[in-house]
Write a protein that binds this ligand. Structure first.
Ligand code: C2E
Ligand code: MG
Ligand code: MG
Ligand code: MG
Length: 297
């Protein structure tokens, strides 16, 4: 009896494992086809100045319009793409799309364009020795300028080959790309990266901003944000508060010294036309409270 039960459990486990692997292989194949078929597109989320209320740049975030499952967020397919290596081709596609959009905005709107566009980089991209070459090629193909693209890295995207990554980032910065450190504060060696990498802007992870104004965690979160801003200031680095969802979080982030913010409170990631319209409306002149007042009118 016990032996039977044991065997059936093993079988059940095997079955589940097989089902999971099958699902993974299927998603991988569909993603491959979807990439070819143009099912991956970018949405854009503004990063706003907390002093002027204007849009200072926009982050490109990938979406997959799956023919049966609807629009999928990156969390549902990027991990599989990273494991299979497909992330490199997805990354190239994202870079090309972002550069096309940047070139088009630059051409039509000139200095009034909501640029630069931030592009998120995956670990595998930065561990490729040909990365700089490929990005320079995409610039040439699309007519975008390095200054109109900002690169977002995380600790995990440089962890695979820190020396290579820091050399390439230096080269990219020399070429005119802005470099941001994303999700700051939740990794193991954020400070080491600040020391080694040529970072222009750091983005304080959403978890700290989430805790601002929440009774139980507020004091600790405030202290951490204040410390990060102090350190960034001393290094000449700008700070973005990520994931600002409420007016209070916007106010507290600003009071703690963050000059920039991003989050649903200001705008959700959306089609380029929507961002363009917001940029036209918000401009660079209004303060956030003036903007709230004019929006509620
Ligand atoms: P991230 O780079 O930290 O991007 C910010 C994420 O936070 C986005 O999720 C955005 O929609 C979400 N977000 C923005 N404001 C708020 C807010 O106020 N509240 C909450 N709860 N969330 C907010 P998304 O688009 O699902 O992307 C998730 C992650 O996937 C990104 O985190 C980034 O690490 C990765 N990712 C997205 N697009 C790309 C890409 O093109 N390439 C690579 N390598 N990674 C990407
Ligand atoms: Mg990012
Ligand atoms: Mg982030
Ligand atoms: Mg993140």
């Amino acid at each position: 009896r016990a032996k039977e039960l044991g065997r059936s459990r093993t079988e059940l486990y095997d079955e589940r494992l097989r089902a999971r692997l099958d699902a993974r292989v299927r998603v991988e194949r569909e993603l491959h086809q979807g990439l070819e078929a143009g099912e991956l597109r970018l949405v854009y989320q503004p990063v706003v100045s907390l002093t002027t209320g204007g849009i200072r740049s926009v982050e490109a975030l990938v979406r997959w319009d799956h023919p049966e499952r609807g629009t999928l967020a990156p969390g549902e397919f990027l991990p599989i793409a990273e494991e299979s290596g497909l992330i490199v081709r997805i990354g190239e596609h994202v870079m090309r799309e972002a550069c096309r959009q940047a070139a088009s905005w630059r051409e039509r709107l000139g200095d009034d364009a909501p640029l630069p566009i931030h592009v998120n980089l995956a670990a595998r991209q930065l561990s490729q020795t040909t990365f700089v070459e490929s990005i320079v090629r995409v610039l040439a193909e699309t007519g975008a300028r390095a200054a109109d693209i900002a690169l977002e890295i995380t600790e995990s995207s440089v962890i695979e080959n820190t020396l290579l990554a820091s050399d390439m980032l230096r080269e990219l910065k020399t070429l005119g790309f802005e470099i941001l450190l994303d999700d700051f504060g939740i990794g193991y060696s954020s400070l080491g990266y600040l020391q080694q990498m040529p970072i222009d802007v750091l983005k304080i992870d959403r978890s700290f901003i989430d805790a601002l104004g929440a009774d139980a965690d507020d004091e600790r979160a405030s202290a951490i944000v204040r410390a990060i801003v102090g350190m960034a200031d001393a290094l000449g680095i700008d700070v973005v508060a990520e994931g600002v969802e409420t007016d209070e979080q916007a106010r507290l982030s600003q009071a703690l010294g963050c000059s920039l913010a991003q989050g649903f409170h200001f705008a959700r990631p959306d089609r380029p036309e929507t961002v363009e319209a917001l940029h036209e409306r918000w401009g660079y002149a209004l303060t956030p409270s003036e903007r709230t007042a004019s929006a509620s009118r």
